[in-house]
Design a protein around this ligand. Structure first.
Ligand SMILES: NC(=O)c1ccc[n+]([C@@H]2O[C@H](COP(=O)([O-])OP(=O)(O)OC[C@H]3O[C@@H](n4cnc5c(N)ncnc54)[C@H](OP(=O)(O)O)[C@@H]3O)[C@@H](O)[C@H]2O)c1
Length: 334
């Protein structure tokens, strides 16, 4: 089978190589990968910025969807032809996060999805919603589950206000899920054109963070001086203090990303006076994925992204690095 792998760090090190055919063992399932989506994390992995000590060579990417094509002995959950997606952390099936459950993340601890075939334990998969194409379903395992759990952490209800940062994969899913919950959504972006696109899919108000770096004041004006109920925080360094300032008393920052850096000195009194909750999010469990898929199916929600062929993997990684995308970047595998 063919797979993209990197033997040293850097986008230029990505190579399409031939690997031995895979055979599912007891309790395992062979999946023909149909589509893969990129996450910012995959870019960090390939560049050696996520885990510089990662064992190489490695097949990148956590997210993919495909078709069950072969069953190992004893498999009961799946049959040939089932449409599935892999779960991000293969050991986190249900319940709260533990150190052991965070092990076995695809495209990190173990090989990822940017290949023609993968073997999964039968518990490492979920069924994908019927109305979604393989390309659409490939966007779900990381970005969508993360956004889903961010909204849950903020206990978002009809009438709540959610602030999203940027228009990448996590943020556009957060916008869609916030709308499903009946919330008002405001957002910041570096691009007026992207803000317009976001408004077309439900963003209530937006501001360009390059032109308005103190967007906390804008968020206050948008909420009658109260502040927002939830910030879906993907920036990290430089944005977290502004997010806390934009937050209402008793509000939640769902801390997800470190797009602009990982270290940040904090105004501690702001956290305690507001009784702010900074809630870390690390994707989620298989059960979270299943519950999210149920909501996606019921609402017929469609992920938003741009599609390419998987032979363009390097170019698409570069596109993500440049930040020109809106929503998800998806690769069709054969
Ligand atoms: N904790 C978790 O479980 C988890 C899960 C998924 C992702 N993440 C992290 O979350 C972050 C986003 O991931 P992603 O895959 O959604 O990335 P992405 O698709 O590459 O989105 C990046 C977008 O964020 C916006 N952005 C960049 N810097 C910003 C800043 N300083 N302030 C506000 N917006 C900014 C830009 O949008 P505009 O072009 O509109 O400005 C950019 O296009 C990454 O750090 C990723 O590692 C964490």
């Amino acid at each position: 089978m063919r797979a993209w792998e990197f033997s040293s760090f850097g986008i230029d090190s990505l190579e399409l190589v031939e690997r031995p055919a895979l055979v599912p063992g007891p309790g395992e399932v062979l999946v023909a990968v149909r589509a893969v989506s990129l996450n910012f994390r995959d870019l960090l992995m390939v560049k050696g910025l996520y885990n510089p000590r990662m064992a190489l060579p490695r097949i990148p990417c956590s997210d993919g969807s495909g078709e069950v094509v072969e069953l190992g002995p004893g498999v009961t959950r799946w049959k040939r032809g089932d449409r599935v997606a892999g779960i991000f952390m293969q050991n986190w099936l249900d319940g709260p996060i533990t150190r052991a459950r965070t092990k076995c993340a695809l495209g990190g601890d173990v090989d990822g999805t940017l290949c023609e075939f993968m073997v999964f334990r039968e518990t490492g998969l979920v069924e994908i919603p019927d109305h979604l194409s393989y390309q659409e379903a490939a966007t779900l395992p990381c970005a969508a589950v993360t956004a889903w759990n961010a909204l849950a952490a903020g206990d978002i209800k009809p009438g709540s206000t959610v602030l999203i940062q940027g228009t990448g994969g996590v943020s556009i899913f957060a916008l869609q899920f916030a709308r499903l919950r009946g919330a008002r959504v405001i957002g910041i972006s570096s691009s007026y054109e992207k803000l317009e696109r976001a408004q077309a899919i439900g963003l209530d108000a937006g501001v360009n963070y390059r032109d308005v770096p103190q967007w906390d004041r804008w968020a206050m004006e948008e909420t009658g001086g109260e502040g927002v109920d939830l910030v879906v925080e993907v920036g990290g360094s430089g944005t977290l203090p502004i997010s806390l300032s934009a937050l209402r008393f008793g509000g939640t920052v769902a801390q997800i990303g470190v797009l602009s850096g990982a270290a940040e000195p904090l105004e501690i009194p702001m956290v305690l006076h507001k009784m702010a909750r900074i809630h870390g999010i690390f994707v989620g469990s298989r059960q979270d994925f299943i519950e999210m898929n149920r909501a996606i199916e019921l609402s017929q929600l469609r992920p938003i992204g741009e599609e390419f062929h998987w032979t363009q993997a390097r170019e698409v990684m570069e596109k993500m690095e440049e930040g020109g995308h809106f929503g998800k970047l998806v690769l069709t595998v054969n």
